[in-house]
Write a protein that binds this ligand. Structure first.
Ligand code: PLP
Length: 406
């Protein structure tokens, strides 16, 4: 429809496209659809009862505070809880280094807003998180892509990319979105060393790090960077670290946190004031109430168990039914796995047929910052029940059998 606003959009708006994922989610809302498309947690593990009780306690004990405006940085007891949690993972940060955001998605946007000028190059692994590119495209970001394999970003190819003078490196070391792969220990060290040698800082996005259900925990890049600088347990600030309550508690509360040098936090606070003043006080106090007595440690065990079962079902059906020529990752945690079909296959075309068969996935191409990947797809295993995963994957495999070996 023609509107008086048609010719009034800002130049940056032309760089905004609607996300392929969001468009797809419309189809997946049909009740009989089996969806491997979104990145949604299992609704069965949401701690509904704990939230219910916490809401009543918060309104009883801190009603007026919980319903009032709050500090842009975040609710202090929640910041202190995050500082304690961060310390357990090997970094000493004070609350001046932490800020609460309305989801990590907002943190990505704030970082874009304060750091990215039109034409700035951002070094990313390819494929990378679509939501980060969506946020940064509006600020005019360009991308320098480093390929990834089953051990994450191929750091052997990092040096050449660093020579192009990127503003920062954006990396997802644990159970990456979209591929599910984990950056190996050797490559984590290489990343830290090369970033230091070329003087390029790092943004580490880690929504899934606590959702490991197999293998050994690997230290975060932020921890390794601080060790590299020789002073254990001190935050040096070369790595900005993002994590979120979305995957360990509930995405609907829109709560995440950023760890950054105090000066960067101050700039982000100024930027956030222009957006939403602060993240919902009520949600922050409720999340603190739910999490304050060690509940999260127990709760993540349930999430890991649930997702491990679902991943195993998905992998088993794939082993049994996928045609030759289709390969896939074996994630040790997180929410996603990634399948690669022979080069002649087009995942977007296959999706149209899949939707007719009431099964959905996300075609991989939009996750590639510099094109390619038409023969890839992201499959989410956290959201559907094991029975639905079994049924949906059989349907999908039949489609792929026709697409790959017509
Ligand atoms: C890598 C990555 N970063 C950020 C986000 C955004 O998370 P949040 O719900 O905290 O906004 C997601 C969500 O799936 C993600 O996968």
């Amino acid at each position: 429809m023609h509107t008086p606003w048609d010719h009034r959009y800002a130049q940056r708006t032309q760089r905004m496209g609607s996300s392929a994922i969001r468009e797809l989610l419309k189809f997946t809302e049909q009740p009989d659809m089996i969806s491997f498309a979104g990145g949604m947690p299992a609704p069965e593990v949401f701690p509904v009862q704990e939230f219910k009780e916490a809401c009543i306690r918060v309104l009883t004990d801190y009603g007026p505070t919980a319903l009032q405006y709050g500090a842009t940085e975040g609710y202090k007891p929640l910041l202190e809880m995050i500082a304690r949690h961060t310390h357990r993972y090997g970094i000493n940060v004070s609350i001046e280094n932490i800020m609460i955001t309305s989801g990590s998605q907002q943190a990505l946007d704030l970082l874009g807003k304060i750091f990215i000028n039109r034409g700035d190059r951002i070094l990313v692994e390819s494929p990378t998180y679509l939501g980060a590119m969506q946020a940064w495209n509006a600020y005019g970001a360009e991308y320098v892509a480093v390929p990834s394999d089953e051990n994450g970003m191929v750091t052997e190819e990092l040096e050449e990319a660093l020579r192009t003078g990127p503003k920062f490196i954006y990396v997802l070391p644990n159970f990456q979105n979209p591929t599910g792969v984990t950056l190996s220990m050797k490559r984590r060290h290489q990343l830290v060393e090369l970033a230091d040698r070329y003087g390029v800082p790092i943004i580490e996005d880690d929504p899934y790090g606590q959702l490991r259900f197999e293998g050994e925990h690997l230290p975060s890049v932020v921890v390794l960077d601080d060790q590299f600088r020789g002073n254990h347990n001190v935050y040096h600030g070369n790595v900005i670290y993002l994590s979120t309550f979305s995957k360990i508690l509930a995405p609907g509360i829109r709560l995440a946190w950023v760890i950054a040098p105090a000066e960067v936090i101050r700039k982000m606070v100024q930027a956030k004031q222009g957006i939403d003043l602060h993240t919902a006080t009520f949600n922050q106090i409720v999340a603190h109430e739910v999490g304050k007595s060690g509940f999260l440690d127990e709760h993540v065990k349930l999430i890991r168990e649930t997702y491990r079962t679902r991943r195993d079902v998905m992998l088993e059906v794939m082993e049994e039914t996928m045609p030759p020529g289709v390969n896939w990752t074996h994630p040790e945690g997180g929410l996603f796995l990634w399948a690669t079909m022979p080069p002649q296959c087009d995942a977007a075309q296959i999706l149209k047929l899949a939707i007719e068969q009431k099964v959905a996935f996300v075609p991989g191409a939009p996750f590639f910052p510099c094109g390619g990947g038409a023969n890839t797809m992201r499959l989410n295993f956290s959201n559907a029940t094991p029975e639905k995963i079994q049924e949906g994957m059989v349907r999908l495999a039949h489609l792929l059998q026709r697409a790959v070996c017509p």
